[in-house]
Ligand binder design. Structure first.
Ligand code: SF4
Length: 872
C-alpha cells in the first residue's frame, strides 16, 4: 500500500470487494455526465487529477470534462503517478545527480536528507549485461560474472540508494528486463493507497525512465516514458504536467490468422501508425477485435508505442487482463478487486463501446501477415520473404550470394532472441522453442558464423521452457540463455564471430543482424552492423538456420536433412495447436513469484558492499562516478537575446543513439584516451551506457556515431566541428571549451524528428555541457524535447520552409535568437535572424514548450537548479 501526499479529498464512494470496503473517487460525478464519452485513458487521468490535483483539481477536472465536448484541449493538467520505474543506466545519472545535489546541500550547511523521494521507485538491473559468451552451457554464468565485474562501482551507487533514499528498491542482475518485471511482478492494475488511515483503491499508474514503459498499457496500467530529469522532479514531489492529450482511437476488428504472431501485428501497426503525426498523442485500442488478443499479445503491441510515434498505446481492462493476472501468480482476491474496481469506475472494456476520440482509425487484424522490419528503421515493415529487395540498396549494386561455406553480403552475423518486446509473451518464446524442436528433429543447425543468443526478459522463462521440454531444443540450436536483460537489443551484443570479423575485414562484406528487438538504427545492435531486421523469435531461429537473408525465407529451403531433403519454413513453422499444447504443458502460475524470489536472492548482489550514509562517498579516482557540473548552485537561464554560432548542423532522423552512444567505447576515441590516461585497461573500457556517471567520458562521445554528418563541412568527421573564426577542425568538446572561453553562445540546427529513439537524458545533458543554448529543429521527439528543457536548453521549431539543409549555414554565420525570460509563453513565437555569408534571413520559430511549468524550468536554468532551490 502506498501512502498519499495530502491534498483536499475528492468526492468519494465506497466499493466492497471480497467483503472488504475501499474508498474510491466518485468518478461519475467528477466527469459531470461525460464519463462514457471519455476515452479510458482520460477516465484514469480524471481520477488522478480529482484525487491528487490539490488546488489545481477543479481546473484540471473541468479541462478533462471540456475535452469530451471537442476531443481536444489546450489545458495543462498535473499527473501524479503511483510509482516510478527506472533501469540501471537511466537511474545511474539520476542517482549521481541526487547524490551530487545532496553533497551540494551539505556543503551549503543544509540537511541533505531534505532531498528524499516521495514515491516508490523500482530500479531494474538489465541494461548492462553483454553477450560475451554464447551457445555454451556456461554462457549465462560467464556473462553475469563479467557484468558484475564491469559494473560493480555503479551497482554500489544503486545499493547506496536503497540504504539512503526511502522507497528505492533495486532488482538485482538476473531479475529480468524492467518492462517484463513490471508486467509480471510490479504492476497491480488497481493498487491501494492510504489516506488518513482509510484504504483507497486507485488505478495503478506509473512513469518510467525508458521509452518502452508503455508496454504496461497492455494490461490496463497507464504509464509512459519520461526522461531521467523529469523523473527526478516527479520523485521529489513535483507533478508531471501534461497537456490534456489528444487520444487517437484504433478500432480493431477481426483476429490474427494462424501462424501470425504478436510481433507481426506490432510491426504492421508501426508501419501504419508511423505515417500519422502522433507526437505527444495517446493511442487507445477499442472495438470487437481487442478481445481476441491475449494480454501478452497486447503488451507486445503497447511496447512499441514509441516506434509508432505515440506517448502510449493503451488497452483497457477486460477478462484477458484478469486471466493474465491469475496466470502470473497474482491472487484471485486481487484479480477480483481489479474487476470490481474497473466495472464500477467504467474502466472495464466494453467491446461495442465507442468513446469520443480526437481521431479514429480502423485496423483489421485479419490482414496482418508474417513480417519483418528493416533493414534500418522499425517502421519499414516488409513481408518476411522480401529481405533480398530490402537489403539491395545497402549493397551498392553488388549481388548477394548464398554459401554454406563462408559468409557473404547479407550473412546473418547476429541472430538474437532478445528484448522486452518479444520475450515477455510466453507464446512467442514457446513458438521459437517448437520451431527449434522441429528443426532439430530434421537435423538442421545454424550456420557457423551466426552469433546466436536467447535473453528472456523474465527468469520465469527458464521454468516454462524447461517444463515444456523446449529449452534443450533451443540450446541445441545455439539459443542457450545468455542473460536476463537487454543484451543485443540495447547494443550489448558482444563481439561478432571470428568468421564474420574476418570476412568484413578481408572482403568487406555487409552482414546483417536478425533480432526480435524493436529498433534497428544503423549501429544500434552492434557498432559494425549497418543493417538489422526485426522479427518474431521463431523467425530469428529460422534465419540463424538459413545463415543469410539472401533468400525468400517463406519459400526457399533453409537447409537440408542428412538425406539431402530440402527443409522449408513451412515444414517447421509452429502451428497454433502445437503452441497451445506446449503452453498448456509449460504454465504454472507459481513459477512467477518463485522465479523472481529466487533471482532477488542474488549472492553477488548481497556480497556487494555499499555505504550506509546520507551522503554518497565520492572517490576522486573513480572513472565511473563523478560529480557533474550541473548539480551546483548558481545555474543561469539559457533564455535571453543572444548571438550564437552553429556548433552542429544536422539532417533528419538524428536519434538519441546518434547524439549520445550507449554501446562499446571504441578503442581509438577521445573517450578511450581519457580513460586509459586514468589507468583503465584499453581492452575493457565498458560501454558508454555504463559510464553515464562520468560526464568527462560522455562529453567525449557526443555525436561520434559514424552515421552523423555535420553539414557545416562535408569532410568533418563525426563528433567534430569547424570552429568559427579560426576555421580549425576540432572535436566538439574541444570546440565547446574554446567557445566557452570566448564567451560565444552556441546552437544546434537539425531536421525532422530530432532526438527520436531511446529516452536517454544524456543526449540533453551532453548538449547542455557543450554550452548549447538552443536547438532549432523541424520537429522534436517528445521525450528528448522534454529532456532538453530539463537541462535548460531552449527547443525551437524551424518553419517548414527553412529545413536545416536549406539554411546552408557556415561556421562563421551568426544566429540571433530573441527569447527573453519573462516574455516567452508555451508554443509562442521566437524571432530568429540569421546573418549568413550567403545572405541574411529572418523568421519566427515556434517555441517547442508545451506548458507553463516548462517555461518555469527554462527560466530556472533547468530542473536540477529548480529541485535544489526548492530543497533549501
Ligand atoms: S527495448 Fe530493449 S533496451 Fe529497452 S528495455 Fe526493452 S530490452 Fe531493454
Amino acid at each position: 500500500m502506498i501512502s498519499e501526499r495530502p491534498s483536499p479529498g475528492p468526492g468519494s464512494l465506497e466499493l466492497i470487494s471480497g467483503g472488504r470496503p475501499y474508498r474510491i473517487v466518485d468518478l461519475r460525478t467528477s466527469a459531470g455526465g461525460a464519463l462514457e464519452r471519455l476515452p479510458y485513458v482520460l477516465r484514469i487521468l480524471l481520477e488522478n487529477v480529482a484525487r491528487c490535483g490539490g488546488a489545481d483539481a477543479p481546473h484540471a477536472v473541468q479541462a478533462i470534462r471540456d475535452w469530451a465536448a471537442t476531443g481536444r484541449s489546450e489545458a495543462d493538467i498535473p499527473f501524479q503517478p503511483a510509482r516510478l520505474l527506472m533501469h540501471d543506466t537511466t537511474c545511474g545519472p539520476a542517482l549521481v545527480d541526487i547524490a551530487a545535489m545532496r553533497s551540494t546541500l551539505a556543503e551549503a550547511g543544509e540537511d541533505p536528507r531534505r532531498l528524499s523521494p516521495v514515491l516508490p521507485i523500482d530500479i531494474s538491473t538489465d541494461h548492462s549485461i553483454a553477450v560475451d559468451a554464447f551457445a555454451t552451457p556456461d554462457a549465462l554464468a560467464y556473462n553475469m560474472r563479467r557484468e558484475m565485474e564491469r559494473n560493480a562501482e555503479r551497482y554500489r551507487l544503486m545499493k547506496w540508494a536503497t540504504n539512503a533514499l526511502a522507497g528505492v528498491r533495486v532488482h538485482p542482475p538476473g531479475t529480468g528486463i524492467m518492462h517484463t518485471l513490471n508486467l509480471e511482478r510490479l504492476a497491480t492494475v488497481v493498487c491501494l493507497s492510504e489516506r488518513d488511515g482509510t484504504p483507497w483503491a486507485i488505478p495503478d499508474t506509473m512513469l518510467g525512465t525508458d521509452s518502452h514503459t508503455p508496454m504496461i498499457n497492455g494490461i490496463g496500467v497507464l504509464g509512459w516514458g519520461v526522461g531521467g530529469l523529469e523523473a527526478e522532479s516527479v520523485c521529489f514531489g513535483m507533478p508531471a504536467v501534461i497537456r490534456v492529450p489528444d487520444v487517437v482511437g484504433v478500432r480493431l476488428t477481426g483476429r490474427l490468422q494462424p501462424g501470425v504472431t504478436a510481433t507481426d501485428l506490432a510491426l504492421t501497426l508501426c508501419e501504419r501508425l508511423r505515417r500519422l503525426e502522433l507526437a505527444d498523442r495517446f493511442l487507445e485500442f477499442f472495438g470487437p477485435g481487442v478481445a481476441s488478443l491475449a494480454a501478452g499479445e497486447r503488451a507486445v503491441v503497447a511496447n512499441m508505442a514509441p516506434e509508432f510515434g505515440a506517448s502510449c498505446a493503451f488497452f483497457p481492462v477486460d477478462e484477458q487482463v484478469l486471466r493474465y493476472l491469475r496466470d502470473t501468480g497474482r491472487s484471485a482476491a486481487h484479480a477480483r478487486l481489479v474487476e470490481d474496481y474497473a466495472r464500477r469506475q467504467a474502466l472495464w472494456l466494453e467491446p461495442e463501446a465507442a468513446p469520443r476520440y480526437t481521431e479514429t482509425l480502423d485496423f483489421d487484424l485479419d490482414r496482418v501477415g508474417v513480417s519483418l522490419a528493416g533493414p534500418r528503421r522499425p517502421q519499414d515493415r516488409i513481408d518476411a520473404g522480401a529481405t533480398v529487395a530490402a537489403l539491395a540498396p545497402l549493397l551498392a549494386g553488388r549481388s548477394a550470394a548464398r554459401s554454406h561455406a563462408q559468409p557473404h553480403d547479407g550473412a546473418v552475423a547476429i541472430a538474437a532472441i532478445t528484448s522486452c518486446t518479444n520475450t515477455s509473451d510466453p507464446r512467442l518464446l514457446i513458438a521459437a522453442g517448437v520451431l527449434s524442436r522441429k528443426a532439430r528433429q530434421l537435423g538442421l543447425a545454424p550456420r557457423p558464423w551466426v552469433k546466436t543468443s536467447l535473453a528472456p526478459g523474465s527468469p520465469t522463462a527458464v521454468r516454462y521452457l524447461q517444463r515444456a521440454g523446449l529449452l534443450a531444443d533451443l540450446e541445441a540450436l545455439g539459443f542457450a540463455i545468455v542473460g536476463f536483460g537487454c543484451t543485443t537489443c540495447i547494443g550489448n551484443s558482444g563481439p561478432l564471430t571470428p568468421a564474420i570479423e574476418s570476412a568484413m575485414g578481408a572482403r568487406g562484406i555487409v552482414p546483417v543482424a536478425v533480432l526480435s528487438g524493436n529498433r534497428n538504427f544503423p549501429g544500434r545492435v552492434h557498432p559494425r552492423l549497418e543493417a538489422a531486421f526485426l522479427g518474431s523469435p521463431p523467425l530469428v531461429v529460422a534465419f540463424a538456420l538459413a545463415g543469410d537473408v539472401n533468400r525468400n525465407i517463406l519459400t526457399d529451403p533453409l537447409g537440408h536433412t542428412a538425406a539431402g531433403v530440402p527443409v522449408r519454413l513451412a515444414d517447421i513453422w509452429p502451428t497454433g495447436p502445437e503452441i497451445d499444447a506446449a503452453l498448456a504443458q509449460a504454465r504454472d502460475p507459481r513459477d512467477y513469484p518463485e522465479a523472481y524470489d529466487q533471482a532477488e536472492r542474488s549472492a553477488p548482489w548481497e556480497a556487494l558492499d555499499a555505504a550506509d550514509s546520507a551522503l554518497f562517498p565520492w572517490d576522486e579516482a573513480s572513472t565511473y562516478l563523478r560529480r557533474p557540473p550541473f548539480t551546483a548552485f548558481g545555474a543561469t537561464t539559457r533564455l535571453g537575446s543572444f548571438r550564437a554560432h552553429p556548433l552542429l548542423v544536422l539532417g533528419d532522423d538524428v536519434t538519441t543513439d546518434h547524439i549520445s552512444p550507449a554501446g562499446a567505447i571504441p578503442g581509438h576515441s577521445a573517450a578511450a584516451d581519457y580513460l586509459t590516461a586514468k589507468g583503465e585497461n584499453p581492452h575493457d573500457l565498458n560501454v558508454f551506457a555504463a559510464r553515464r556517471g562520468n560526464w568527462e567520458v560522455m562529453i567525449r562521445g557526443l555525436f561520434t556515431n559514424r552515421s552523423v554528418r555535420n553539414l557545416l563541412g562535408p569532410a568533418v568527421p563525426p563528433g567534430s566541428t569547424i570552429h568559427a573564426g579560426s576555421g580549425d577542425e576540432l572535436p566538439l568538446w574541444r570546440a565547446a571549451q574554446r567557445y566557452a572561453a570566448e564567451g560565444t553562445p552556441l546552437v544546434i540546427v537539425a531536421g525532422e524528428r530530432y532526438g527520436m529513439g531511446s529516452s536517454r537524458d544524456w543526449a540533453a545533458k551532453g548538449v547542455a555541457l557543450l554550452g548549447v543554448r538552443a536547438v532549432l529543429a523541424l520537429s522534436f521527439e517528445r521525450i528528448h524535447r522534454s529532456n532538453l528543457i530539463g537541462m535548460g536548453v531552449v527547443p525551437l521549431r524551424l518553419p517548414a520552409e527553412w529545413p536545416s539543409t536549406r539554411l546552408a549555414l557556415a561556421p562563421d554565420d551568426i544566429i540571433q535568437i530573441d527569447a527573453p525570460a519573462g516574455q516567452i509563453k508555451p508554443r509562442g513565437r521566437v524571432r530568429v535572424c540569421i546573418e549568413r555569408k550567403s545572405g541574411n534571413i529572418a523568421f519566427d520559430a515556434a517555441l517547442a514548450v508545451e506548458t507553463t511549468s516548462e517555461v518555469e524550468v527554462l527560466a530556472a536554468g533547468g530542473i536540477l537548479p529548480l529541485i535544489l532551490a526548492r530543497a533549501v
